[in-house]
Design a protein around this ligand. Structure first.
Ligand code: ZN
Ligand code: ZN
Length: 330
């Protein structure tokens, strides 16, 4: 099969992904073989390809927002032809204390799709059937792909931030994840305040119903009940903290931050303000979010790239040169 293969992480401008032929995977017990139809491109892919996340395999096929069709299975109950989505958590062992507590997103030994196991920048992928989510018909391939990580983890971020209907919510950064989260927030009648770099991101935020839009570290004109930061920048985290009311929460939706600068505790955290990270996702997050996405007819803005141009898709993401999400079509 054709795949995009990473052997040596380096800056994306060096085209680290080689497009070539590899053996089609065989599904192991409990797995299904998917014919991949589309695979979303996530910022985490960029961190993997550039080596900010340490390599776990000598050869890796990245990609963890897979939309595929079951074409073979090994002792699973997912029928052939089922269209499913696969996300970043590709499996958990189910017995560690986090799994036992229902916190499978924190599992001690999870499989990460497109990182510890091969992902979806390929014609086929073998995935665990119990971590593949049947997709509602209403969500087409191209538009379902970015929902599978950007969407689900953005949705989890809203949960971690403790968003309640009608809240004043800040979104700091406005890429793939935020432009999906705003649709959910609007359906909950929240007032959304967006601080982001890039004129086109600001325009997109305004067109999607933001109550206010400013530049990346600009402070919204009201105190926020909660905020989510999407940029991999500690300065943005501090800007979000500075915008909170007492008792408010900032959820950091970033697997990697450059650093967190020193900040004034008395002014920014005192008053029971909270700073939380958002790690991974649970299957319940995925199911709940996909249901809501179908109900509100969520239509992400996507730019499609053929598999041959996987490196270009990552460059576009890094340079912030597209609005919404990049999706590789296969
Ligand atoms: Zn576990
Ligand atoms: Zn992701």
């Amino acid at each position: 099969m054709k795949a995009a293969i990473l052997t040596s992480p380096q800056p994306v401008r060096n085209q680290p992904l080689r497009i070539g032929e590899v053996a089609t995977p065989e599904p192991r017990p409990g797995e299904v073989l998917l014919r991949v139809r589309a695979c979303g491109v996530c910022r985490t892919d960029l961190h993997i390809v550039e080596g900010e996340l340490p390599p776990l395999r000598r050869e890796l096929i990245p990609g963890h927002q897979i939309v595929g069709e079951v074409v073979d299975e090994n002792a699973t109950r997912l029928p052939h032809g089922t269209r499913v989505g696969v996300s970043w958590i590709g499996g958990t062992e189910g017995s560690c204390r986090y799994c036992q507590l229902g916190l499978e997103n924190l599992c001690d030994s999870p499989a990460f799709t497109g990182y510890s196991v091969n992902g979806g920048y390929a014609e086929y992928a073998a995935v665990r059937a119990d971590f593949a989510f049947p997709l509602p018909d209403r969500l087409d391939d191209l538009r379902a792909a970015p929902l599978l990580c950007a969407g689900i983890i953005g949705f989890r971020s809203l949960r971690v931030a403790g968003v309640k209907p009608g809240d004043r919510v800040g979104l700091f950064g406005f890429g793939a994840s935020a432009h999906l989260a705003i649709a959910v927030l609007r359906s909950w009648k929240c007032e959304v305040y967006v601080s982001t770099r890039g004129e086109s991101h600001r325009k997109l935020a305004a067109s999607l119903g933001a109550a206010w839009v400013g530049s990346e570290t600009e402070k919204p004109p009201v105190e926020l009940d909660c905020a989510v930061t999407f940029a991999p920048s500690g300065d943005v985290v501090v800007a979000a903290l500075a915008s909170l009311r007492k008792g408010g929460v900032v959820a950091i939706n970033a697997i990697h931050l450059d650093r967190i600068p020193q900040f004034d505790y008395d002014r920014l955290m005192w008053g029971e303000r909270q700073l939380r990270s958002v790690a991974n996702m649970t299957r319940a997050d995925a199911r709940d979010f996909l249901r809501i996405a179908s109900e509100i007819d969520l239509r992400p803005k996507v730019t499609a790239f053929p598999l041959d141009q996987a490196n270009d898709a990552l460059i576009a993401l890094k340079e912030d040169s597209i609005d919404g999400a990049a999706v590789i079509t296969i």
